[in-house]
Ligand binder design. Sequence first.
Ligand code: GLV
Length: 349
Amino acid sequence: MGLTDMRVFVTRKIPGPGMKILEGSGAAVTVCQSREDAGVTREELLAGVRSSDVLVPLLTEPIDREVLAANERLLGVAQMAVGFNNIDVEAATDLGVPVTNTPGVLTETTADCAWALILASARRVPQAHNYMVGGNYKLWGPNLLLGDDVGPGGSGIRKVLGVIGYGRIGQAVAKRAWGFDMDVLAFDPYNRDGVESSEFASWADFDDLLERSDFVTLHNLLTEETHHLIGAAELRKMKPTAHLINAARGPVVDEKALVQALQEGWIGGAGLDVYEDEPAMAPGLAECENAVLLPHVASATSDTRGLMATMAANNAIAHLRRERAPNVVNPEVYETEAYRNRIGTSGSA
Ligand code: GLV
């Protein structure tokens, strides 16, 4: 099917390889002209959807029922991210709109970043960097910037990594722990078999994992069930020396409780890539000496972002062609009357 009379709305410019595929498809591609640091406004988003056949959004845009319903000809949403908690997938399915994401290509990159946070939090890397560039280093000191071992160190005592969420990324994080001679516990009620058959981790119940781990790292999806999965009660169960790592989604952690935990020494430290009310931080977090804070960059390498953009663009083209998209997150949509009506082939999807 020719795509020359079709239109794609991209909320913010995606990396080159993806733009190239979209532009080479023959479809007219509109990139929202909002300021790069402000993002697309609600009005721009609605107007873009109304005048397009496919939407390519980012995780920063709420794609709710109103947006999805704004255009009865919308053929699909091709998000450039693996997470899709910003999209009302249930509404999309009701309305007959296929939604796609970009799984797999960012697994290793994100696992590397979780490990960067583990090491940086344990060894106080940003604090040491700031000390150095602040001109404070005058003399080597036996008590200067002492951190925590990640591996067994000289004592030979193995540290414990607790992985919550044992999907692709959790497993890649667990695998890396073996290079550090760590014991790995994992908890994932949706993948208990995966944990129990894994050569890289042993199953632990949630509380047991919190109590036994020296590092707790979050790799679960954000859902109603996992909102504030880690709150004051959970932080109090962790060891006072433990580090909490979050490269999943901010609202999985009650950030106010985390600030209190860091200030009052309930835990030893935290490494965060995501925030509850991103891009804002909870009051006091920026001042916590024992927090390592990144601006949601876990998948941010040139190669990986190029691959994510490529994947999103290929999904967008499948939507434009009314074909089953490779990375659809609501495959049941293809069986619905709403979808058949939308693509204009009632009874023959
Ligand atoms: C990043 O957070 C993603 O979901 O791709």
